[in-house]
Write a protein that binds this ligand. Sequence first.
Ligand code: ZN
Length: 157
Amino acid sequence: MTKDKDVEGIDEHISDFNRFYILTILYQNPAHGYSIINQFKTQVKKEISPSLVYPFLQELEEKGYVKHTAKMVGEKRRKTFELTPTGRELCNNLFKRFTELVSTAFETSLQTCTHCKTQIYKTVHQETINNTEKTFCCTHCAQAYKQKQKNNTKQPT
Ligand SMILES: [Zn+2]
């Protein structure tokens, strides 16, 4: 398996979750600095310091993952940051790797329907059948399973 140089490179930038979240925000839409800070607050539900955001954006820009366009808003020059194609690709790889990690961890907590084998992660229907607690995705599966058990126990004459 060949190692992806770009994906390897991201690790030195993404040293914590705050930086990871900033990337997920940039991935959704181009944004200026304080908009990133606001979206961070809304989406992540915590405050982030501008002293983390701006140097990180600059760092990403130096590496060619982010570029900015400047626009005059009144007296102020406002920079809008967006991911470059390289930056987007980097995020794709990063999110993919992250998703794989999370789903691997998450799958261990999933239960499987006794009847249809669907993986269940939310409301679970449980029934005790033959003194064993069985898990189902819905009552219909529980019914179907019990019916099947009944049929199986019937000996052919
Ligand atoms: Zn089921």
